[in-house]
Design a binder for this molecule. Structure first.
Ligand code: FAD
Length: 383
């Protein structure tokens, strides 16, 4: 029997599940999510869960503001606690150039009513007294930022979508994208074809591979990123903000009373997501240099996942004019968790009505052809 759907979504990370849920809420017909592994087993499940409003472009700020509202009402809307902890985000600067950039961006963000402010080393000491500050000349702090639980949020969207009739097929890999008469016509999978006039590529770091299957150049590549977590620390009883050493592109936050901190980063693209324990000593040395109390801490666990990087470190959202019926919501470049809620809502609007309540055209695939990349200095340094 021929298997069909009105809309097939490839990938059940936060982006695919949020799109599926919002499609169902907005009255789409039959929606089928195809996931090669399990819900939330990709980049989303490996994420640090950071949620910030500190962006430098209008659209990214708006995606953050809209998503923030959605995180706040998630308990009522989805019936799950996203464990959203509004502990703030603190970026620390080492050079005058960095601090000047923070200042300019803070002024830009304040125009949106975001409670972000420039802080002195003394202010930073009051916020996180155990951080070594001798080379830090200031920072930028937004107490309304924070982090939430990626698994709970994604499962929340998946469960709510299922309740509204969405089908989610796990352990079913997409192996090809069907085309018919110059349009997308469904997907080939490890369990047979699914015919559908609309196909959404929400495959995260594997968005480029799905693009290849469709004959569309989707410039998204995976880059390994790692995280380590220590056992409980007395100093972390009061939660610190998610704190970023901008110059060294290193961050930490609290996790279950211990410290979660960033580990090594691969410069070359790879699908490898094994933890690189060989470089653990180096990672710990970087961490201890900035947060000396970590010298006493025990590393309890670590994991690695893929950043979903596009050429300008920003998401690729929208329809693909060269292949009608094929949509992209991939390449979030390390901020896909925080923007996942709004992305889902906007992509659903686009698919169902051809219009969106927020103009997302600056994130279209076309920007790479027309030479209009999105500039986001903070994102380049990843946190
Ligand atoms: C270590 C780390 C820390 C991060 N920290 C943050 C953070 O603090 N804040 C933040 O906002 N973001 C963070 N990110 C980035 C964030 O995780 C991603 O941007 C986001 O999860 C992307 O969501 P997604 O749904 O697009 O991708 P994914 O979660 O990867 O979902 C895509 C899904 O597609 C499936 N798939 C792929 N190919 C196929 C196929 N052929 N057939 C069927 N299914 C397929 C995959 O199995 C996967 O489940 C971090 C990422 C990492 C690795």
């Amino acid at each position: 029997m021929t298997e069909t759907a009105d809309i097939v979504i490839i990938g059940a990370g936060i982006v695919g599940c949020s799109i599926a849920y919002h499609l169902a809420v907005q009255g789409a017909g039959s929606v089928l999510v195809v996931e090669k592994d399990l819900v939330c087993s990709g980049a989303t499940g490996k994420s640090a869960g950071g949620i910030r409003q500190q962006f430098a472009t209008d659209l990214n700020v708006r995606l953050s503001l809209e998503s923030l509202k959605m995180f706040h009402r998630m308990q009522d809307e989805l019936g799950v606690d996203p464990a959203f902890r509004q502990v703030g985000y603190l970026f620390m600067a080492t050079t005058p150039r960095e601090l000047e950039m923070f200042r300019q961006q803070a002024e830009f963000q304040q125009r949106y009513g975001i409670p972000v402010r420039i802080v002195s080393p003394e202010d930073i000491r009051r916020i996180v007294h155990y951080v070594r500050l001798d080379d830090i000349i200031g920072g930028v702090y937004c107490p309304a930022d924070g982090y939430a639980a990626p698994y709970e949020v994604t499962m929340g969207y998946a469960s709510a979508a299922r309740r509204l009739g969405v089908r989610i097929h796990e352990q079913r890999a997409v192996t090809g994208v069907l085309r018919e008469g110059g349009r997308a016509a469904g997907v080939e999978t490890s369990r047979g074809p699914i015919h559908a006039p609309i196909v959404v590529n929400a495959a995260g770091p594997e968005g480029g591979l799905i693009g290849e299957m469709a004959g569309v150049d989707v410039p998204v590549k995976p880059y390994r990123r790692q995280i380590f977590v220590t056992g409980p620390l007395a100093e972390f009883t009061e939660e610190p903000p998610l704190t970023i050493d901008y110059h060294r592109s290193w961050y930490f936050r609290a996790e279950m009373g211990g410290c979660l901190f960033s580990g090594p980063k691969d410069e070359e693209s790879t699908f490898n997501t094994n933890v690189d324990w060989e470089h653990l000593a180096e990672s710990v040395a970087t961490a201890v240099a900035r947060v000396p109390i970590l010298e006493e801490a025990e590393i309890k666990r670590g994991w690695a996942g893929s950043y979903d990087i596009s050429p300008d470190n920003n998401a690729i959202l929208g329809a693909v004019p060269a292949l009608p019926g094929f949509y992209l919501a991939t390449g979030h470049s390390g901020h896909g968790f925080m923007h996942g809620p709004a992305t889902g809502k906007l992509m659903a609007e686009l698919i169902l009505t051809g219009k969106t309540s927020m103009d997302i055209s600056s994130l279209s695939l076309d920007r790479f052809r027309t030479g209009k990349p999105v500039r986001e200095p903070m994102t380049m340094h990843e946190a």
